[in-house]
Design a protein around this ligand. Structure first.
Ligand code: SF4
Ligand code: SF4
Length: 365
């Protein structure tokens, strides 16, 4: 590594010392289950970070791969009896790797796209122009996010349709990427903070009092990360929370078995478990059943932390495991565009439908 930072070293040394090698993280880590090596596991990644900081190991290809196959799902953090903040250490290590030039080409291209074009996909048209709606003064703002704008467009369409049907006075935004990808892969904070400021200044200028988001990753950024860097002068709600606050008159889904997959960014990272369940349980005639691993114990879809873009095969194996767990249902509903697309990848030829909550609500409203 290029830098030797004493405070970081102390934090990681402490983590290495308090880790009792109990292996509880091993029992939950989705990347370990997909890859099978201890180095692709929480405690292994802490040891690698320590070795990098002390200079005992070099950031070669295999070390970088092990640090970047973590989905940042935080199931290990939940499970660790020594309370090691494993995800924080992994993200700290990633940021040092990026500074040392050891960034994966896929992640470099994504972050450079965001710097140049304000979205990770390299799309030249802005979100505002792609959606085709002009921002206006309104009490409610809908932050669509890059994935629902450029890739999983049904989620954006359904969310706007729901807000229209509920006669909400809302506006879409001239938004830029929320900065989540940059933060997860360890890109320079200065670039993500520019995005935070630009989004918040724009939303504030429209007089928005409540910001609604349909992406779990963007939601976590506005609710948890943005306030560390900028003042956020509006309420931030995930669309599931926004809907759970209302009396929805939904059509029947008689006899359909529905289950819910908790996105890691919304569930474990932000503690939002009940709002989407409340909405799903209010569907007349539907049979709601939990998966064995739910809420804080939910298994990851494999799509986060930059794993999907850099290691699609590992990501797909993790999604396949999750879909196997949902096989009893007719529909697995989730609340994040990344989870929707990754679970669809893991679906294979199973007959179960994967849907975002907004698609289901829009169909039934
Ligand atoms: S955050 Fe998830 S993928 Fe990463 S080490 Fe922990 S359990 Fe494994
Ligand atoms: S759960 Fe915590 S203490 Fe146990 S092996 Fe993993 S990191 Fe170490």
């Amino acid at each position: 590594m290029t830098e030797f930072e004493v405070d970081k070293l102390e934090k990681v040394r402490n983590a290495v010392n308090v880790c009792t090698m109990c292996g509880f993280c091993k029992s939950v880590c989705p990347s370990f289950k997909a890859i099978g090596w201890d180095s692709a596991l929480s405690r292994g990644r802490i040891a690698l970070t320590y070795g990098l900081l002390t200079g005992e190991i070099e950031p070669d290809e295999s070390v970088v791969e092990n640090m970047y196959t973590c989905t940042t799902c935080a199931d290990c953090v939940r499970r660790c009896p020594s309370k090691v903040d494993i995800v924080e250490i992994i993200e700290m290590c990633r940021s040092d790797l990026v500074k040392a030039g050891a960034i994966l080409p896929k992640h470099k291209a994504i972050c450079e796209n965001i710097v140049r074009l304000n979205n990770p996909y390299g799309e030249k048209k802005s979100i505002k122009d792609t959606i085709g709606r002009k921002p206006k003064k309104a009490k409610v703002g809908y932050f669509i996010g890059c994935t629902a704008t450029y890739r999983d467009k049904e989620i954006a369409k359904s969310t706007m349709s729901i807000l229209d049907k509920l006669k909400v006075d809302y506006t879409t935004l001239d938004e830029v990427c929320c900065g989540s990808v940059m933060q997860r892969v360890g890109w320079d904070d200065a670039d993500s903070v520019k995005l935070f400021k630009r989004n918040v200044d724009h939303i504030r200028s429209l007089g928005v009092e409540t910001l609604v988001l349909s992406c779990a990753g963007c939601y976590r950024m506005f609710k948890d990360e943005y306030p560390k860097h900028v003042e956020v002068p509006f309420r931030v709600l995930h669309i599931s929370e926004f809907l759970a606050e209302r009396e929805l008159k939904l059509k029947s889904m008689k006899g359909k078995i529905i289950t819910y997959h908790d996105p890691c960014h919304l569930g474990r990272h932000m503690g939002v478990y009940e709002a989407p369940r409340k909405v799903l349980k209010s569907i007349p005639g539907a049979i709601y059943e939990e998966m064995e691993f739910n809420r804080a114990q939910s298994h990851c879809c494999g799509g986060g932390g930059g794993v999907r873009s850099a290691f699609p095969e590992d990501s797909k194996r993790i999604a396949d495991t999750r879909m196997e767990e949902a096989e009893f249902a007719d529909i697995v509903v989730t609340t994040c565009p990344f989870c929707v697309s990754n679970l669809n990848l893991g679906k294979g030829d199973r007959r179960i439908r994967v849907a975002d909550l907004t698609e289901i609500v829009d169909e039934l409203l």
